[in-house]
Design a protein around this ligand. Structure first.
Ligand code: SF4
Length: 344
């Protein structure tokens, strides 16, 4: 079962150094030119996550690539005709792309970009846990390794987690949920399902502070509060809208409010601002009375992707995601269930 002390030690051992400094405009434009040429020459497409640096997202859009959440990224990669997919995100996203497109070459600017949820759910421990509860359906979040997905009955993203669990619960199924404890308890509360919850968490979303959020709302009473469900329950309780990154982006365009307080990784502000230039987006606080922050709403691993290592990976064609065929075969089953699931 999950051990908090071991989790902290594992996180310390893979915590990355601070990201490189921002490039000036000329250097950035040179990188854009070189990377565009390399993408064409290598028949490659760049797919980036919403939490990467704005310049990576800008480049993905400018080169006919894609920016989205992990499910949208994998779906886009599977449909795109390029033979090489470059995933700017964290490792499980590269693995998901490989499982859905095993015939393609999947490269990543770095293979060291972890996710605390993946780190906190090691496949051997999780398999042992699942074996102790053979009567339960295993539902795992997309933020897990290929090996953990290979153990699962279902893979879900935050945009479909509630609907999938509701659907399973209606059929009388009892569930194991992993790895995010906050998303797990949010689902449990909103579906009433019988769920055993693994206890890992996202180090970025776990830092949002409810008391400081209330104080910020008092300063901006007209702002709508948007919260990602990987946040602690007391933060979720203050939300006007709770949703996945894509859902929050959509909501920020649809609601009439001119101001938003946003409790998710700040990389999404780039797309929110682009879609609604006249609106104001304020990061939800990660510091409050007696609190400190380590991530401060920035995912340290997402920020490992930069123009330098992106150019390097295309030049050297290294950092390829390689997975065992058997793992691909097993992990594909719950992933395909996710991709073909129709919302209720
Ligand atoms: S923001 Fe959290 S869930 Fe997303 S990749 Fe970073 S650590 Fe993982």
């Amino acid at each position: 079962m999950f051990n908090e002390k071991e989790f902290q030690l594992k996180l310390d051992s893979c915590w990355p150094a601070l990201p490189k400094k921002n490039l000036d405009a000329k250097a950035k434009s040179n990188y854009f030119l070189s990377i565009k040429k390399l993408l064409t020459a290598k028949n490659a497409v760049l797919i980036a996550h919403y939490y990467t640096e704005p310049e990576i997202q800008e480049l993905a859009d400018a080169t006919g690539g894609f920016v989205g959440d992990s499910l949208e990224m994998a779906k886009f990669g599977a449909k795109h005709p390029a033979t090489t997919i470059v995933i700017a995100g964290v490792r499980f996203m590269g693995e998901t792309a490989k499982i859905l497109s095993p015939e393609k070459r999947i490269l990543m600017p770095t293979l060291e970009a972890e996710c605390s949820l993946d780190v906190g759910c090691e496949s051997k421990d999780f398999a042992t846990f699942c074996k102790k509860h053979p009567d339960r359906t295993v539902v795992v979040y997309a933020n897990t390794s290929a090996k953990v997905k290979a153990i699962a009955d279902w893979v879900v993203t935050s945009s479909i987690a509630l609907d999938v669990v509701k659907h399973l619960s209606k059929q009388g199924e009892k569930i194991i949920w992993a790895p995010d404890k906050y998303l797990g308890s949010y689902i449990q509360k909103n579906t009433g399902a019988d769920i055993l919850i693994w206890q890992a968490y996202c180090v970025v979303h776990a830092e949002f502070q409810a008391t400081a959020l209330s104080a910020l709302k008092k300063e901006h009473p007209e702002a709508a509060i948007l919260v990602h469900p990987e946040s602690p329950p007391e933060v979720i309780a203050k939300a006007d809208v709770v949703g996945s990154t894509s859902q929050l982006l959509k909501t920020s365009q649809e609601l009439p409010n001119k101001k938003f307080i946003v409790a998710t990784e700040t990389g999404i502000f780039y797309k929110m601002q682009l879609a609604s230039p006249a609106k104001e987006f304020i990061p939800a606080p990660t510091m409050g009375p007696n609190a400190t922050c380590r991530c401060c709403a920035h995912c340290p691993w997402m920020k490992m992707n930069n123009l330098e290592n992106l150019k390097e990976v295309l030049e050297q064609e290294n950092n390829e995601i390689l997975l065992d065929d058997e793992i691909i075969k097993k992990a594909l089953v719950p992933l395909e269930r996710m991709v073909s699931f129709k919302h209720a």
